[in-house]
Design a protein around this ligand. Structure first.
Ligand code: CU
Length: 222
């Protein structure tokens, strides 16, 4: 029986999240280098007694401290945009799952299989995790490329699974796509991430990742 700490603060379970963690570490390294340099310069300028009353301008130093931040920003911008576009790119999906936001529950459609459509409501007295478990979980085979299409039937919602690094607005009249390739079995939770009305906090998402054999069993028995 999984306990609450298996459900919250989950480890990465999707390539997107691994990319985001690496990008976070990369950005933090740059941030630390800048902070250390700035603190050093501030302390150094406070403790030394140098004073140049003839100094009015310095073209070279102006050029350097304009160019250097621009170059540093490029080192952050390029990988950031790369990940942003990669997360929405679809790589030969095995199947498509349609996610539809409603006030206040999610519904799912597996259009590659006949008649698989269901609503997913929060369970009131969950033994697993309060406010996160649902009656019908999204069943997904692991190690399998999946296309997720997100839309809404009423107002804007947002379908998100933090451990997979996925978060996509569910907008009425528009279909957004995401790529998912879960790397291990387990259950992964998420919540609606766009204020959508009174019960916004009570329309969680629960994904159950299983192997292909059990997934087909689930499809057959649906
Ligand atoms: Cu919401």
């Amino acid at each position: 029986m999984p306990t609450w700490n298996h459900i919250m603060l989950q480890n990465s379970s999707n390539p997107s999240m691994e990319q985001l963690i690496m990008f976070h570490d990369h950005s933090m390294l740059i941030l630390f280098m800048i902070c250390i340099f700035i603190v050093y310069m501030m302390v150094f300028s406070m403790v030394n007694k140098n004073f140049n009353y003839l100094l009015l301008q310095g073209q070279e130093i102006e050029t350097i401290w304009t160019m250097a931040p621009a170059i540093i920003l490029l080192f952050i911008t390029i990988p950031s945009l790369k990940i942003l576009y990669m997360m929405e790119e679809i790589f030969k999906p095995f199947m498509t799952i349609k996610v539809i936001g409603h006030q206040w529950y999610w519904s799912y459609e597996y259009s590659d299989f006949k008649d698989i459509e269901f609503d997913s409501f929060m369970i009131n007295n969950s033994q697993l995790m309060r406010l996160l478990d649902v009656d019908n979980r999204v069943m997904i085979p692991f190690n399998t490329p999946i296309r997720i299409l997100v839309t809404s039937a009423d107002v804007i919602h947002s379908w998100s699974i933090p451990s997979m690094g996925l978060k996509m607005d569910a907008t009425p009249g528009r279909i957004n796509q995401m790529f998912m390739n879960i790397n291990r079995p387990g259950i992964y939770s998420g919540q609606c991430s766009e204020i959508c009305g009174a019960n916004h906090s009570f329309m969680p998402i629960m994904v159950e990742s299983i192997n292909m054999k059990n997934f087909f069993k689930w499809v057959m028995n649906f």
